[in-house]
Design a protein around this ligand. Structure first.
Ligand code: NAD
Ligand code: WQD
Length: 345
């Protein structure tokens, strides 16, 4: 039997990468992971071993350090050699990025450059980059297609926009490179085992982790940021996507790069928008308890509605989301209710 292809995941202990780790293993790949744990817990690795039933190949360190990346490629040599890299490692809090823009530029762009340089040193040119729907800023048209105008409205978004632009330039200059830029919409939910999920530090910035903490009794109510938007119920509308669907999108992208040897930029969303109130109600059903709502002013920088046209990912990658809002809530609740203190609780 041929040795399975080996994929390097940066930011491997993080929320989306940990789910992608399992999806890649399920699809027959071997995974090498690297993470500094700046925003994650080493306990994730125990859970991955437990769920996946396979050995964990992992390097702890900051991917801005070339020596750390060289160790990853050396470790990869022991399991068949790294064929592609999925670069997740980044800081991702929009508000924090406004307070500490230089830290975001340094970490997110520094890590992208270091990873690309290490790939070139080791003769690996297939790269999947975690981009974001944030590159669309305030959308002019819905659903959003990949050819929509791009603009950043905060330093975090700027790092994704510049990251994509650097990679497009690299591809244009050097035909060896094949890059998939995946623009995620709003990843939520958790692995159906309930053993891994999103574990934000401090007060959650994002809607579903906040709602989960209300459901588990950690917070008294959800503050709904704005109920006077031009949307059916006045609250913000987003394209929530189950993290396991997103993970499978990465498997499809890795496969596409290997087979087609072409670059691609696609939305990873469901194409379906739900409002804040709809999500809170669905979560209430999943958890068997009502989520108390308090209407609050709009949050600065928020858009009224944002959802994907996912047709290009379907056409090019053969991928589309399979899980609905109720699955997202049920799986999130299983994770939240059985791990109320997160990984280290
Ligand atoms: P996360 O914080 O859970 O995962 C990121 C991981 O990267 C963490 O484990 C962190 O410790 C690690 N990391 C950060 N900088 C590092 C460095 N320099 N060296 C080594 N490790 C480092 O976040 P996530 O939600 O899983 O996001 C993964 C990627 O997806 C990020 O690039 C993020 O910008 C992007 N993204 C996330 C969302 C979202 O809503 N979660 C949406 C769009 C895009
Ligand atoms: C969703 C909706 C809020 C919290 C962010 C980043 C984006 C991307 C994904 C990385 C909005 C409302 C929220 C709360 C609320 N990340 N809300 N009460 O803002 O669409 O996207 O995460 O790339 O870049 O900006 O997601 O989950 O924060 O908000 O009413 O306590 O929920 O106003 O309408 P957002 P979100």
């Amino acid at each position: 039997m041929a040795t399975p292809d080996c994929i390097l995941l940066t930011g491997a202990a993080g929320y989306i990468a940990s789910h992608t780790w399992l999806a890649l293993q399920d699809a027959g790949y071997t995974v090498v992971g690297v993470d500094s744990f700046v925003n994650s817990s080493p306990v994730v690795l125990d859970r991955l071993r437990e769920i996946g039933g396979q050995p964990i190949h992992f390097v702890q360190g900051d991917v801005r350090d070339p020596a750390v990346l060289d160790r990853c490629f050396e470790l990869g040599q022991t399991v068949g050699g790294i064929k592609a890299v999925v670069h997740f490692a980044a800081l991702k809090a929009v508000g924090e990025s406004v307070e500490r823009p230089l830290d975001y530029f340094e970490n997110n762009l520094g890590s992208l450059l270091a990873v690309s340089q290490a790939m070139q040193r080791h003769g690996v040119f297939d790269l999947v980059f975690s981009s974001s729907a944030t590159v669309y800023g305030e959308p002019e048209r819905l659903p959003i297609t990949e050819d929509a105008p791009l603009r950043a409205t905060n330093p975090y978004g700027q790092t994704k926009l510049v990251g994509e632009e650097l990679l497009r330039s690299l591809v244009a200059c050097d035909a060896r490179w094949h890059v998939a830029c995946l623009r995620y919409f709003n990843p939520v939910g958790a692995h159906p085992s309930g053993r891994i999920g999103e574990d934000p530090r401090g007060i959650p910035n994002n809607l579903m982790p906040y709602v989960a903490q209300v459901a588990v009794g950690k917070r008294p109510h959800l503050n709904v940021f704005g109920n006077d938007y031009d949307t059916p119920d006045g609250t913000g509308v987003r394209d929530y996507i189950h993290v396991c669907d997103l993970a499978e999108g990465h498997v499809a992208a890795v496969r596409y790069l290997g087979e087609q040897q072409r670059s691609v930029t696609v939305n990873l969303g469901t194409g379906q928008g739900y409002s804040v109130v709809q999500l809170a109600q669905a979560y209430g059903r999943a958890a068997g308890r009502e989520i108390p709502l308090v209407f609050a002013p709009r949050r600065t920088g928020d858009v009224a509605a944002c959802y994907a046209d996912p047709a290009l990912a379907q056409r090019l990658l053969g991928w589309s989301a399979r899980r609905g809002l109720d699955d997202m809530c049920v799986d999130s609740w299983r994770w939240q209710s059985t791990n109320p203190g997160g990984f280290e609780g």
